[in-house]
Design a protein. Structure first.
Length: 301
């Protein structure tokens, strides 16, 4: 079964029925509830899913989107489970539990999470810009990358401690609700977990409550940045705990393209899309319906 994230065609002004009709039109009946859906959206969407005979494969934290206070951050990092400020950390826990409740309501078994960030003085987006102009100044990119990785290693302690405190509470709640936490590969090297921290967390929490969620684009970007040696390393180390995958295309450092689009070869990934692995297309709105439909056909083969 192949699913698609509502990140592809969700519109903040509503039109949820049209969103589902567009998804069915590309040949899919299963969705991942994305992190932009509001409390109001879910109230309308859940009856529509039943009416249109559609299923939910997974829920992406935060779902619903927090509405208790504004946040300057990307919606998926509205609050950080790794926040050293206890008030924010507790809010992140509360709203992650609400996402677990959402999963329970729609009869799916997985909530995908972003585990946190090691907050640094260095801006990782500047490093990405340096990479993109690397042909002119490759040594500048390497200097910035190594500086960020060194600072991350030096400062990670308090953020990892906060994240573990959050996850200790969340996993207890998830176990009660019979929901598994999908620990997602991250995009920026400052984010948690890095490659080694995936292993640490999977060892800390057993397979009944946490599994590895592989994001194809995030992993490939880390390879291109030289943070991880090879994409295959993730599967060699963590395939035994793989429960789900976000599938999309990559062009340079820009991911969330249509699957098979861009300059990343998805074919070596396909053998890992086993029946028990939740397969979610996580393309964004730049991917056309025609490109998604073609990707669905190729993935189904």
């Amino acid at each position: 079964m192949i699913s698609i994230s509502t990140a592809w065609n969700y519109k903040a002004e509503g039109q949820l029925e049209n969103m589902l009709k567009e998804i069915k039109a590309v040949g899919l009946n299963t969705i991942e509830l994305g992190y932009r859906l509001t409390v109001k959206d879910l109230k309308e969407l859940i009856p529509l899913l039943k009416e249109m005979k559609m299923q939910v494969s997974s829920v992406h934290n935060f779902c619903p989107l927090p509405d208790d206070a504004p946040s300057p951050r990307h919606p998926s990092n509205y609050y950080r489970l790794s926040a050293v400020e206890n008030e924010e950390r507790q809010k992140a826990v509360v709203w992650t539990k609400k996402a677990i409740d959402t999963a329970h309501r729609v009869n799916c078994s997985v909530v995908v999470i972003h585990a946190g960030t090691v907050e640094l003085s260095n801006d990782p987006t500047a490093m990405l810009r340096a990479y993109k102009t690397g042909q002119q100044a490759p040594t500048e990119f390497i200097r910035m990358r190594d500086e960020i990785l060194q600072e991350r290693e030096k400062n990670k302690g308090p953020f990892l401690k906060s994240m573990v405190k959050s996850l200790d509470e969340i996993t207890v709640y998830a176990r009660e609700k019979k929901i598994t936490i999908g620990l997602e590969t991250r995009y920026y090297p400052t984010e948690i977990p890095n490659f080694a921290e995936i292993g640490y967390l999977l060892k800390r929490y057993d397979a009944s409550v946490m599994g590895y969620w592989h994001d194809v684009g995030h992993a490939e970007v880390n390879v291109r940045l030289g943070v991880v040696k090879a994409h295959q390393d993730y599967f060699d180390r963590y395939a035994h705990r793989l429960i789900g995958m976000h599938i999309h295309g990559v062009q340079g450092l820009k991911d969330h393209q249509a699957p098979f689009a861009g300059d990343f070869d998805l074919n070596p990934i396909l053998p890992y899309l086993k029946k028990e692995v939740i397969r979610v297309i996580e393309s964004h709105s730049s991917a056309s319906a025609e490109a998604i439909q073609e990707a669905v056909k190729r993935l189904e083969k």
